[in-house]
Design a protein. Structure first.
Length: 264
């Protein structure tokens, strides 16, 4: 078997930010591999990634790439179907590179999605540590207790009307409960957990400020995308037997898990 066939480690780790902008953190500076990975993501979920705005983050590399290599990566990503719109700030070298490429810097983009040990030295201070975690089970319980509220104890936000295509609902530092449906092309975001009592056809993002204990619950699952603390799955990544079912989504060992909930 060839060395290429044995290489299962992704060259780029993609996370979804609070406002739906993708943050492509470069782990290995292999332009061809990065372009092919992104082309595959676009092909698997064209409605989600085609012509999507992407922030390029070189903070995972020991050295900032030279201008020619960075420009080749940007050109390749555009041909793959996405639109690089900025660099994530990491150092003065990154600042000079952004200037040479004619791209803006997003200085605070990553801070709320990265663990403290992975954040750049210039990142803003992290929030106060949460209370001790409860250990997540290896498999989802048949009927889970309600997920903890966001860290400051704010009452949850309740949204009654249908969340229509193009709408975005955000629960700042609290849980979000949607009493109806989330339509295709709509987005619901919470710093705590997300509870949806109708069909979920759009996107749901929980733990937007990095709370890995947040969960997503919905009564009828058709989501375009679900994410917790930046870790995401798109519909094409989800077993077909879970589609249309009542499910919960949780994060364990940096892996997103989705399982059916028992319903009466």
């Amino acid at each position: 078997m060839s060395a290429a066939a044995m290489d299962y480690e992704p060259a780029g780790e993609l996370k979804i930010g609070q406002v739906g902008i993708a943050n492509l953190r470069i782990r290995t500076l292999d332009v061809d591999k990065l372009v092919e990975e992104m082309r595959g993501r676009v092909q698997r979920a064209p409605k989600l990634f085609l012509r999507a705005a992407v922030v390029i983050d070189f903070g995972g590399l020991a050295n900032t790439p030279d201008t020619d290599t960075a420009r080749a990566l940007l050109d390749g990503l555009r041909k793959a179907g996405v639109l690089p719109v900025a660099l994530a700030y990491g150092s003065s070298d990154t600042e000079r590179l952004a200037e040479a490429l004619g791209l803006p810097l997003l200085a605070k983009f990553r801070a709320q999605y990265e663990r403290a040990d992975g954040a750049p030295e210039t990142a803003p201070p992290q929030p106060a540590p949460p209370r001790p975690r409860e250990t997540a089970p290896d498999t989802a319980p048949a009927r889970s207790a309600p997920a903890r509220a966001a860290t400051n104890g704010n009452p949850g936000m309740i949204h009654v009307p249908l969340v229509r295509s193009g709408q975005q609902i955000y629960a700042d530092n609290r849980d979000l409960t949607v009493l109806t449906a989330v339509g295709a092309g709509a987005e619901v975001i919470a710093d705590g957990s997300v509870h949806i009592y109708g069909p979920l056809r759009g996107r749901a993002l929980a733990g937007a400020q990095g709370n890995e204990q947040a969960r997503i619950f919905c009564r009828e699952f058709h989501a375009e995308l679900v994410a917790i603390a930046g870790h995401y799955k798109v519909l094409e990544d989800i077993p077909k037997e879970l589609r249309g079912k009542a499910v919960q989504v949780w994060l364990q060992d940096e892996q997103l898990h989705i399982a059916a909930l028992d319903t009466p």
